[in-house]
Design a protein around this ligand. Structure first.
Ligand code: SIN
Length: 313
């Protein structure tokens, strides 16, 4: 039987991290070790699939940007369009892995398996988790079970769907979690035909006791075309924010109510969204609501199209 062919795209992260000589190894630097060395550290990988690999970025994922997403997207679309490629594995830092995974979930064509993985310990750690994660990711990408699931993430032996996965803990091998089983994951790809060269700027503004309205003015003055409001409780807008939000709306800035808590923000639930012209995120957490809003703005959707689609994101 022929082995499936899997392409690996490496972007950096702790999975490619090494102790930093500048501080006598007290800290490590992400995105140092090249992908060929990461593959060589996993015995048996070539028995699961034939592989080719590209080093497309070499960064700590705290430094990922929307331009970085577009760069990954271009390489990933190219890979999936290649008839010789059966599945794709993307190596990524864990800090913003869920944002990249969700961006790709919305923008890649559906069908072939796409699996992101990373590591919580650097590659030169005596008990590095990267090799096992890489093995699990290739195994999943080579499996028919991962077909038509949209973008998946595998960490510490557990697969997750991109829509619901999040990094929930700062440390520990079990840093990732999801409130939905990956077997229930469904493909999306609603922006698979979108080809922007840049993405519109959308900022996330946190709600907290005493949060000043000048944050809104500053974001809008600095060029934001959309704001995701990561609000308290059920997406409650501070009264002090209302005039600044109204001015932002009048300037054409898209405003989306989300919550810093888990659970849905219900449209017109505890605010007059229709009257104020606010969008509501349903249960999308703020970083993923931001991805959705950026793509909707890039695609030129009007507010009502976006609001109509948001519950299904
Ligand atoms: C990063 O996100 O690139 C560094 C942290 C990690 O990968 O765990």
């Amino acid at each position: 039987m022929t082995r499936p062919h899997i392409r690996i795209l490496a972007t950096g992260g702790t999975i490619a991290g090494e102790a930093d000589p500048a501080c006598n190894g007290a800290r490590y630097r992400a995105g140092v070790r090249p992908v060929a060395a990461l593959l060589a550290a996993v015995p048996g990988l070539g028995e699961i699939a034939s592989l080719d690999a590209q080093q497309i970025l070499a960064i700590d994922s705290k430094d990922m940007t929307p331009d970085g997403w577009l760069h990954i997207l271009s390489a990933a679309r190219q890979a999936l369009a290649d008839p010789s490629v059966d599945g794709l594995v993307i190596l990524h830092g864990t800090d913003t892995l869920e944002e990249s995974a969700y961006f790709l979930h919305l923008t890649l064509p559906t069908g072939k398996p796409v699996v992101l993985t990373g590591a919580m310990r650097p590659a030169d750690h005596p008990e590095a988790d990267g090799p096992a994660n890489l093995l699990a990711a290739v195994r999943l990408a080579a499996s028919p079970d991962a077909t038509d699931k949209g973008v998946l993430v595998v960490m510490n032996g557990a697969p997750y769907g991109a829509r619901h996965v999040r990094k929930a803990r700062t440390s520990g091998l079990d840093a990732f979690e999801s409130d939905q089983s990956w077997t229930a994951a469904v493909p999306d790809g609603r922006f698979a035909r979108l080809t922007p060269s840049t993405l519109p700027r959308v900022d996330i503004l946190p709600g907290y006791a005493g949060a000043p309205a000048m944050l809104i003015n500053a974001s809008v003055a600095d060029g934001a075309r959309g704001l995701v409001l990561a609000l308290t409780g059920h997406g409650s807008v501070p009264t002090d924010w209302e005039p600044a939000l109204q001015r932002a709306r009048e300037q054409g800035v898209a405003l989306l109510r989300a919550s810093r808590c888990a659970g849905p923000v219900i449209r017109n639930g505890n605010a007059d969204d229709d009257g104020a012209g606010w969008l509501t995120a349903n249960d999308l957490p703020p970083p993923k609501a931001r991805v959705a809003l950026m793509l909707a703005l890039a695609a030129g959707w009007d507010a009502s199209t976006l609001q109509h689609q948001l519950p299904g994101f």
